[in-house]
Design a protein. Structure first.
Lengths: 270, 279
């Protein structure tokens, strides 16, 4: 029995004692087959793992692309909507063709008017006060030199209950002339200024009537009590807030004072 | 120890059972290997399919990206074009507005330059003329002239307009040695009563006005005037402006004069004391 139990080379201690017989070869075959199967299991196991990782990666990639596509799709839709909106915008504006045609007609009328007015102005320097729009224009003939916001009479009537007198605060329409110019004028407050503020009316030469700085740095006298002067309330320029005079801002008044000589015509239009 | 146990187990266990166990192990391992192989192949096939789908999705994403880029370019171009279009239309609009504004100013200025009053004495009417055309015509209710020789130019100009003819400066009264000033009172002034509400001063000598409040005061107040009805005075006042020319046809010298007895001739320039309106 002991001769049959010699160790089989390569099988280690487990094969110790197995005889060199059919059963010994059977064990060897079993070991080889089982080993091969185990190796196959390991191989396919790793392969399965790798394949599953690839599937996960592909799925992840697809999901990423799907998200990207979805986001792009939203962007495209938004841009398409924006385009539709933008295409609808020009419809807000008037049709250019008609506008241009009308403008051409108006331009011809303006040209006729220019000829008529120009022949009467003879290229003279003059001031136009648009009392509706509260804008003062300085023109030489038909050429506009500059324009500025001004304030004209606010309208309305002030009544003095005590004496029954009434004053109308309008800037009169008409053709005036600059009759005089003064620097640092003192405002001799008229009766209505006291009536308006509810104060007793002082005698004509009373010092209470003298108000320094109310009219700004310069005045241009248009006659009949009307002036072009400055104002402390420049925020009111562009609106009819005066009591009948024409108010200008500090810089514009200085410019007008410099550029307009005495005798210059002033047209106040409505 | 393990070897000993195995040997002991091998000795004790019948050989047939060992073979059967070995065979079962081999079959189990084989089956497991086949199963793993099958699953691996299925997984690979799935991976392959996913890879193909992924390529399709990536392609679609790329197309979407390109489309998005194109749309973006379209929108940018459209905005640029729209901006230019809007700018162009704004310029057209602004030019139109400027033309309208200039037209309005020129029309108003031309109206000032071409409108005048024509007093037609033979027809007893005052015409508001625009060029050669009579825009409005008002009947003269009465002509009043002070005594003395009247010589005025045939052309006058409106120097002043008063809505309420009371620009007087009141009066000083000395009371207890002190000078007191009494503001003018409406209704007490001869001038105010004589001229009424709508008063137009033409040049240095002629006044156009509506009905006087008191005819006695009108007679007493020395002036040259053309009387108008209340409606005509209001309309003429609204339609006239300072600086407006007044043509007399024929000249003022031929006005029929009525001479009030005690009325001294007061030059209108003195009678017209401009009220201090500066404000």
């Amino acid at each position: 029995m002991s001769n049959n139990h010699a160790p089989i080379p390569g099988l280690g201690d487990h094969a110790v004692g197995f005889p060199h017989s059919a059963s010994g070869w059977g064990v060897l075959a079993f070991t080889l087959v089982f080993g091969a199967e185990l190796i196959g299991i390991l191989h396919w196991g790793f392969s399965l793992g790798a394949a599953q990782r690839r599937v996960a990666e592909e799925a992840g990639s697809i999901e990423l692309h799907a998200r990207e596509t979805s986001s792009l799709s939203k962007q495209i839709r938004a841009q398409a909507q924006e385009l539709v909106f933008l295409q609808s915008l020009p419809n807000i504006l008037p049709k250019e063709r008609n506008t241009l045609r009308t403008q051409k007609v108006v331009a011809a009328e303006v040209q006729t008017l220019r000829t008529k007015v120009g022949s009467r102005l003879h290229g003279a320097l003059h001031v136009v006060v648009d009392a509706k729009a509260n804008v003062l224009y300085l023109k030489k003939g038909l050429k506009l030199l500059w324009q500025a916001d001004c304030s004209v009479g606010r309208g309305g009537v002030l009544k003095d209950k005590r004496t029954g007198r009434r004053w109308e605060f309008v800037t009169p329409r008409g053709e005036f002339r600059v009759r005089g110019k003064r620097e640092n004028p003192v405002w001799h407050k008229p009766d209505w200024a006291f009536v308006e503020s509810g104060q007793p009316v002082p005698p004509p030469e009373d010092p209470l009537r003298q108000a320094q700085g109310e009219l700004g740095a310069y005045v241009l006298d248009l006659g009949d009590g009307y002036l072009i002067h400055g104002t402390k309330d420049e925020a009111g320029l562009g609106r009819p807030v005066s009591h009948g005079c024409v108010r200008l801002g500090v810089e514009d008044l200085a410019k007008l004072y410099q550029e307009v000589p005495v005798g210059t015509k002033v047209y106040i239009i409505y | 120890m393990l070897t000993m146990m195995l040997r002991r187990t091998a000795r004790k266990t019948p050989q047939g059972l060992l073979w059967a166990l070995g065979l079962l192990l081999c079959i189990g391992a084989h089956a497991a290997r086949l199963q793993l192989k099958k699953e691996t192949l299925a997984c690979r096939a799935q991976s392959q399919a996913l890879a193909e789908q992924g390529a399709v999705v990536a392609d679609a994403a790329s197309q979407f990206s390109a489309l998005n880029e194109l749309k973006g370019q379209d929108v940018a171009k459209f905005k640029q074009g729209l901006s230019r279009l809007a700018d162009s239309k704004r310029q057209v609009y602004e030019a139109g507005m400027a033309l309208q504004e200039e037209k309005r100013l020129l029309e108003k200025q031309l109206e000032l330059l071409t409108t005048f009053l024509m007093v037609d004495m033979p027809a007893n009417r005052i015409h508001r003329m625009r060029g050669e055309e009579s825009v409005e015509s008002f009947p003269i209710a009465g002509v009043r002239a002070a005594a003395g020789p009247v010589r005025s130019p045939d052309v006058l100009q409106i120097a002043s307009k008063e809505r309420f003819a009371h620009p007087e400066r009141g009066e000083f009264i000395e009371k207890d040695g002190q000078l007191q000033w009494n503001p003018p009172q409406v209704g007490t002034s001869v001038r105010s009563n004589a001229l009424g509400e709508y008063v137009i001063f033409a040049g240095p000598s002629v006044i156009l006005h509506g009905p006087s409040s008191k005819s006695a005061d009108h007679e007493a107040f020395a002036h040259y005037c053309l009387g108008l009805s209340a409606v005509a005075a209001r309309k003429l006042y609204a339609g006239s402006f300072i600086g407006m020319k007044i043509l007399f046809k024929p000249g003022l010298a031929s006005l029929p004069l009525s001479t009030p007895a005690a009325a001294p001739v007061v030059p209108v320039a003195a009678a017209v004391r401009p009220s201090p309106k500066n404000r």
